[in-house]
Design a protein around this ligand. Structure first.
Ligand code: ADP
Length: 499
């Protein structure tokens, strides 16, 4: 095993990797921008190196600075986390050429899976079913029109270099094609510097189900089951769970074998994820392979008992996998992504200083966070504050536990998506598992417009009463609702939050 590892990331995922290091007895080096000088990942690491000003283009995306930090501290390996440089082929190569171990797949595998069109070509060659569509970028509008008609509307225009839902447009009719093509190309050019766009048939009402794989350096590839990620807004995941209500052990096995075949075809090593659309008939189609650790990896960890980040390090250090080929999930896990966004106002990003934070605990609860009281939430980085993950024996038990944990969670100082998550947990469709990738967009107006859940009303009353009390300069017996008086011992700790 390595003696020292550099974490080329920030926020919750940097903290997550540092935790794995500590459990394996590996010393950790954090890198940070000026904006992150007091961030939790900097404090948690054994050493930390400043790599530049706040904009990520001048810090977290500067490969050379990261390599220099690794050299200066004597780190032997680099873990990229997700986002930033994690899927940049050139960076994987740079790390390797610098004589450091790369905790991720070979640069060649990143390249093979890096473009959606090259991944489709590779998948087709490996006998992996893909969504009907093309593998060549569109030449012009006439080509787009001919292709769309061949597959039949609705179609999805997709950026070949795409990621994060960018450069994607659903087109339902011929008259919308021209404007949508221009928009997809423009977005792709701005986001990826590459305006290649291709066509897929738009599948109505599928689920997003993805398979986690691990591959060692000795040719072993295993699947660790699925994650259900259908709760999406603008093609971005918001809530994930494992297992999926839609899978039987037989289907899990088939999808697992397919993901393993795709990974093998790419010469894959380390942790990776094959994303699929699963339709109502149980047919599934390969979308893409993410050649890194996923945000939602903890749900797999909780139902398999396997620490994926520790295995990433072990694999990078050359250890063989000593796990079975297929792993069946045990119990149920759900993850909510808590972001600094205001669902009541179109998920507008919110900024500010975290003045109070109470993290849920108790049976079956895990918090992977990147903030603490005093943290500043700005606009330089993505809006993920932390992930709340729960485990229970059954799905309904996990939902109840998530509701309980969300009620315990308090983040004051920025708007968060906490209430939105509570509403989803209460929704009958979610509770029944009757969701598709289009469900959230349809349910959203009702989810953000409802009255606050009962617990929130009580808390709002408590807050109002405490504020009134403070303004009066102390308690006035009888002036506040009696429930507040009865609950005062509980709320004392929340007072800071109200200042
Ligand atoms: P990105 O890499 O930008 O995230 P993906 O190819 O992974 O793009 O797709 C993101 C999401 O968009 C999927 O999870 C799914 O919800 C939706 N999607 C992608 N392809 C299709 C398709 N052909 N039909 C319907 N929905 C799709």
């Amino acid at each position: 095993m390595f003696r020292k590892l550099l974490v080329a990331n920030r926020g919750e995922i940097a903290v997550r990797v540092i935790r794995a290091c500590r459990e394996l007895g590996v010393a950790s080096v954090a890198v940070y921008s000026d904006a992150d000088a007091h961030a939790p990942h900097v404090r948690e690491a054994d050493e930390a190196v400043n790599i530049g000003p706040a904009p990520s283009s001048a810090s977290y995306l500067l490969g050379e600075s990261i390599i220099a930090a690794a050299r200066a501290t004597g780190a032997e390996a680099v873990h990229p986390g997700y986002g930033f440089l994690s899927e940049r082929e050139w960076f994987a190569r740079l790390v390797r050429d610098s004589g450091l171990a790369w905790v991720g797949p070979p640069a060649e595998a990143i390249a093979a899976m890096g473009s959606k069109t090259s991944a489709r070509i590779l998948a087709i060659a490996a006998g992996v079913p893909v969504v009907p569509g093309t593998t060549e970028p569109l030449r012009d509008l006439a080509d787009a029109r001919e292709t769309a008609e061949r597959f039949g509307y609705p179609v999805l225009l997709k950026a070949a270099a795409g990621g994060g839902g960018k450069g994607m447009r659903v087109v339902r009719a011929d008259e919308d094609l021209e404007a949508s093509l221009a928009a997809a190309q423009r977005e792709a050019r701005n986001a990826f510097g590459d305006d290649a766009v291709y066509v897929e048939k738009y599948i109505e009402g599928p689920r997003h189900v993805e398979i986690q794989v691990l591959a060692d350096q000795h040719g072993r590839v295993i699947s660790l089951g699925e994650r259900e990620c259908s709760i999406q807004r603008r093609h971005q995941k918001m809530i994930e769970e494992a297992p999926s209500v839609a899978l039987t052990p037989a289907l899990r096995r088939r999808m697992g074998d397919t993901a393993v075949a795709a990974a093998r075809a790419a010469g894959y090593v380390n942790a990776g994820t094959c994303e699929f659309l699963l339709d109502r008939n149980g047919d599934f189609y390969f979308l893409e392979m993410n050649t890194r650790l996923q945000v939602e990896h903890p749900v797999t960890e909780l139902v398999t008992g396997i620490d994926l980040v520790q295995w990433q390090l072990r694999i990078a250090a050359g250890e063989p996998l000593d796990l079975p080929d297929h792993i069946e999930p045990r119990g149920w896990a759900i993850e909510c992504r808590l972001t600094s966004e205001d669902p009541a106002h179109g998920f507008l990003p919110s900024t500010g200083r975290v003045s109070y934070l109470h993290v849920p605990a108790g049976p079956g609860v895990r918090w992977d966070g990147g903030i603490e009281p005093g943290s500043t939430v700005g606009l330089h980085y993505d809006s993920l504050l932390g992930k709340l993950i729960v485990w229970a024996r059954t799905r309904s038990g996990a939902i109840a536990r998530m509701q309980r944990a969300l009620h315990e969670l308090r983040i004051v100082g920025v708007e968060t998506s906490r209430e939105f998550h509570l509403r989803v947990m209460e929704h009958e469709d979610y509770r029944a598992g009757a969701v598709s990738i289009q469900w959230l967009e349809q349910a959203l107006p009702g989810l953000v417009a409802q009255a606050p859940p009962p617990g929130e009303v009580r808390l709002a009353a408590v807050a109002a009463a405490l504020l009134a009390e403070r303004d009066r300069g102390g308690a006035t017996p009888g002036a506040a609702p009696s429930r507040v008086t009865a609950d005062r011992w509980k709320d004392a700790a929340r007072r800071d939050a109200l200042r």
